[in-house]
Write a protein that binds this ligand. Sequence first.
Ligand SMILES: [Zn+2]
Length: 641
Amino acid sequence: MKRILTVVILLVFFNVHAQGFDAIVEAETKSARQKVNFVKNVNTENYDLKYHRLFFEIDPSVSFIDGEVTSYYVAKEDLSQVIFELDRSFTVIKVLQRNVNLSFNHNTDNEVVITLPQTQNTGVLDSLTITYSGNPKHSGLDSFEQNTHNGAPIIWTLSEPYGAMGWWPCKQDLNDKIDSLDVFVKTPRFNTNNQEYFSVSNGVEQSQLIEETNKTTHFKHRYPIPAYLIAIAATNYETYTHSVDNNGNSFDIVNYVYPEDLVQAQTDTPITVDIMNLFTDLFEEYPFASEKYGHAQFGWNGGMEHTTVSFMGSFNRNLIAHELAHQWFGNKITCGSWKDIWLNEGFATYLSALVVENLDGNEAFTNWKASRNNTITSATTGTVYLRDSDTTSVGRIFSSRLSYSKGSMVLHMLRKKLGDDEFFNGMKQYLSDANFAFSYAKTEDFKLKMEASSGVSLTDFFDDWIYNEGYPSYQIEWSLPSSQVIQFKLNQQQSHPSVSFFELPVKVRIHGTGGETQDELLNHTFDGELFDRNVTFNVASVEFDPDADLISKNNNVVLSNRIDRIDLELKLIPNPATTSVRIIKPNDVIITQVSLYNITGQLVSIYENQDYINISHLSSGLHFVKLETGSGTIYKSLLKQ
Ligand SMILES: [Zn+2]
């Protein structure tokens, strides 16, 4: 899911448009409110949903539903009653099982508690049908919206995360996907302006049944789906399709758009095919290729990734990419709890950046990453993975900064750490793992999968970037100990004490006086680490993290006038001296050779690797000591008494 305002920030510089960023946070905060208020309903955990047949009779000009929902479910324990969740604003008319009326109670907890005529034993499949009607409660996230566009009536739904019970009797927890689904939407055939209504839902349209003044459209979806990804919409849609070749196994992208926006939509949506092909190449075939993909225009200012048909307010490339990405990350594999929300939103955000990288090129991709890093480091704290206490904070769960931006950049840094081959291979294995595919996954599941596929331990990486807080700031000193060698010294500070050190490969770009460039990767494992690299040109400057691959801030690159510092700190003691002299120097300086010259410039003695030099054999008077270090040569004077 994504508010359109998020797109704005991608197109502009954060510091210029801080107001835009605030608007995003507010939008995400609003959308999180229902999640936080939600209380997990343990009363719906004792059965396993197999199938729903959803029948809705609606008129897009009236906020009302006549519904009939048939559910097939297997008992996970011996059942004497079955509970579904349905908002109390509805009237439950009857509950039928094999044409027998069952008694029920629609209680103040918005539960329909159905008493079974006899115990349904563990493992037994059965079904029942709930018939209900009413005016759906308009919830904060527009779970059911009746409105108009350009004067034409429309009804649409957006259930994420817990709005499904606002329009049909369901189970909302993230633990039981519905294995398969048929949806029937019955509407008047025409609106009062004689414009024909078209309905849309998940899966493939099977039929449009015309009966006098009504039309019933049947959709069939045969993949496991959680309640929050089921949706319907109906208005005077225009439809058109794009075909995806899919290596000869073609399927359609079906667009349902407002007539007044048809021309613009036809300009905006063809890119969906390119993005589909890109994601297919990078990861795997579109998960629902045997059905369809599609877009349905609706009145919410953003997008929602309903399985096989993303609902969008308008169509721009970034939003198209984000919602399409969710079909793999969010819909095929759904986050196993809301603490793992970055597995949905961080991943979809990163996939939209892969579109920038592949369609616009590296410079645009670098700008995208730099913009994310600005957002992420606008505060020094915050984890990607939610702590239990975070779930009481409304703004935290759907934090644009942490769940979307930091989640996406951490995924990018994981790619940089593992390399492209290992990263994309691991992502493919994660997507195809039978434990997660068309089911749920948690952060540890993803970590273990990436470790198994790459052979790299990711405990430190996940601890630093997912479970703990903050980011590093780097101090990079560089020097030229010889014409062939450049030396780097890397220091790092952390913005939050939960991480003692971020072990990371750090890229530097060396610029030459003749326009040359040379990139070097410095695998930074401890503070103050020194790196020597050969260089074949005259160095003019050094650039830190030139591709904005790291979440970091307040980095400083300085040309270390190292030899001057060594000269200051290096001392001969005592001086004047009679028999021997001690060489006092910084710990990281190695003296490779010491040469002694007399006042006339004659070489008197050479010493190798000496901390002490013996001068008892010298004649009295002024001498010069030449000290050769890894960083250059230093001259000191010495008075022999
Ligand atoms: Zn999203």
